[in-house]
Design a protein around this ligand. Structure first.
Ligand SMILES: Nc1ncnc2c1ncn2[C@@H]1O[C@H](COP(=O)(O)OP(=O)(O)O)[C@@H](O)[C@H]1O
Ligand SMILES: [Mg+2]
Length: 256
């Protein structure tokens, strides 16, 4: 289906995460290739969102969370003391299950991050807004009413707006946590196509409870169970020839 990127961007090594005394991620290690789509699959509650959140330190905001092990992005340890978390989140953007645009205009949603990071020039902001909306495959639909409220858009458009908002600050990585599960099938396909385009520029990590989606769009798939990585490999290989019986059982629909 796709060619496999070989360069590792994100390196997760012996990662453990506890919520209080609950051991949510158990000794997780993996490499995530640059400019490709990696999908996290597995039954509900197995730790997919938890791992995704560790990649931009969203877990820092959850009290009682403890983490050990190491995550590097582009060789830099993202949990080292020198890391500025705001800068990290600019580089590692996130899109959630429910589209969550700000109750502001379409334009202001996309310009929000760049303004926060100090860009004031109107022409520069216009340019970023247009480029980001184009990248998110939304420009043609909204270019004539950028001043309209983002909340007037459909769910699928709102989700593409959230992708544009993430892109506007110049990330390297886009995290998507079940970003299509609140959308209708046509909007879902649009986001899947968009992800395929975006992977030429960005490293994408997506959580999906939909195995077919993982099979359709990802280059690499990681299968989780009870906080552990059971296996990960090229998507085609994982679905056609899994190494572990538990993976086989899951992808053939025996549980989950
Ligand atoms: N903030 C939290 N506090 C305590 N436990 C949590 C928290 N978030 C998730 N968990 C628990 O961690 C496990 C993994 O959750 P999660 O990463 O959301 O799974 P998934 O995304 O695979 O459905 C679940 O058992 C869940 O109940
Ligand atoms: Mg989840």
């Amino acid at each position: 289906m796709q060619t496999t990127a070989t360069q590792t961007l994100i390196d997760i090594s012996k990662l453990n995460l506890h919520y209080g005394n609950f051991h949510a991620l158990k000794n997780v290690s993996m490499d995530i290739p640059e400019k490709a789509i990696t999908a996290f699959i597995g039954p509900s509650g197995c730790g997919k969102s938890t791992l995704l959140r560790t990649l931009n330190r969203m877990n820092d905001m959850i009290p009682g969370t403890r983490i050990d092990g190491k995550i590097t992005i582009g060789g830099a340890d993202i949990y080292s003391k020198e890391v500025d978390v705001e800068t990290l989140r600019k580089k590692v953007g996130m899109v959630f299950q429910q589209p969550n645009p700000f109750p502001k205009s379409i334009y202001d949603n996309v310009a929000y991050g760049p303004r926060l990071h100090g860009i004031r020039s109107k022409s520069k902001l216009d340019e970023i807004v247009e480029t980001s909306l184009r990248s998110a495959a939304l420009w043609e639909e909204v270019k004539d009413h950028l001043k309209r409220s983002a909340l007037s858009l459909s769910g699928g458009q709102q989700q593409r707006l959230c992708i544009a908002r993430a892109i506007a600050v110049g990330p390297d990585v886009l995290l998507m946590d079940e970003a299509t599960s609140a959308l209708d099938p046509i909007s879902t396909l649009k986001i899947e196509e968009l992800a395929q385009e975006l992977k030429d520029k960005y490293t994408i990590v997506m959580v999906t409870h939909n195995m077919h989606q993982a099979a359709r769009v990802s280059n690499q798939t990681v299968f989780f169970l009870n906080g552990e990585v059971v296996e990960y490999s090229d998507t085609e290989k994982l679905f056609s020839n899994p190494r572990d019986q538990r993976t086989e059982d899951y992808i053939s629909g025996r549980f989950g």
